[in-house]
Write a protein that binds this ligand. Sequence first.
Ligand code: SAM
Length: 235
Amino acid sequence: MTLAVRDTQLRELMDDPACDLTRLHTTLRRFSVVNRLVSGWGAVYRSRVAPYLRGLGRPARVLDLGCGGGDVIARLAALARREGLVAEWVGVDPDERALAVARRYAGLGIRFEATDSAALRAAGERFDVVISNHVLHHLDQAAFAAFRDDSLALVEGGSRGLVLHGDIARGRLAYGLYAVGITPLAPGSFLRTDGLRSIRRSYTGPELATALGTGWRVERPAPFRVLAVAGGRRA
Ligand SMILES: C[S@@+](CC[C@H](N)C(=O)[O-])C[C@H]1O[C@@H](n2cnc3c(N)ncnc32)[C@H](O)[C@@H]1O
C-alpha cells in the first residue's frame, strides 16, 4: 500500500446502495463526532463563513452540498445563531438514507432536501455560501468537474457568494493517526474501513489545486485538511 498517489479504484462501503443500513446510520451519526474532531469547520467558520455573513448585512442563504448526516451545517447554523447572524440553512443530499439521519437537525431551523448539485443548478437556485465536506474525494473525474462547476453556478459563478469545499489531505501521518484514533468509535460502523479508504482516495493540496483549475485557491485550514475556496467577493 502506498499513499504517494490517489487510489481512485477504492470504493467506500457506505457508497454501496446495498450496504447494511444499521451500520450506515451508525456511521452517519458518528460523523458528527469525527467531523468535530478533525474537519476544521470551527476554524473555517471563524475565518471565512462568519466574516462573510456579517458583511452581507442581510439574511443569507447557506447550502451544504452532500450534507450526509447533516452535522456540519447544523454546527455552522448553531455557531451563527449564537452570534445573532440570520440565515436560511439548507442541506441537500441525493441519498435518502443519509437524509433520514440528517433530519434529526430539522428542528434547528435547517431544511433538508433529497436532491443534488445538478438539479439545484438546473432549477436556478442561488445561495450566498455553498459548502461541502468530504465530498470531493468521493467523486470520479467527471462527477468532480460537474460538482465543482455546479457549486460555482449556485453562487453565480463566484461573482457573488463564497464556495468552500473541505476535505482530507492525503498523507502517511493522517493515515496512521486515524487508524489508531478511530478505534473507540469504529465498532458497529464503517468508520475504520471507509475512513482509511477516504484518506487513500483524497487529494494533496497541490493535486486538488490542479484538479480545480483557475479561479480556486486551496488552503490548509487545519492539520491534515484541505479547503478549496472560490469567490468571496460581495456584490
Ligand atoms: C462521504 S459523504 C459526506 C457527508 C457529509 N458531508 C459529512 O461530512 O459527513 C458524501 C456525500 O456526497 C453526496 N453527493 C455526491 N455527489 C453529490 C452531488 N452532486 N450533489 C450533492 N450531494 C452529492 C453523497 O450522496 C454522499 O452522501
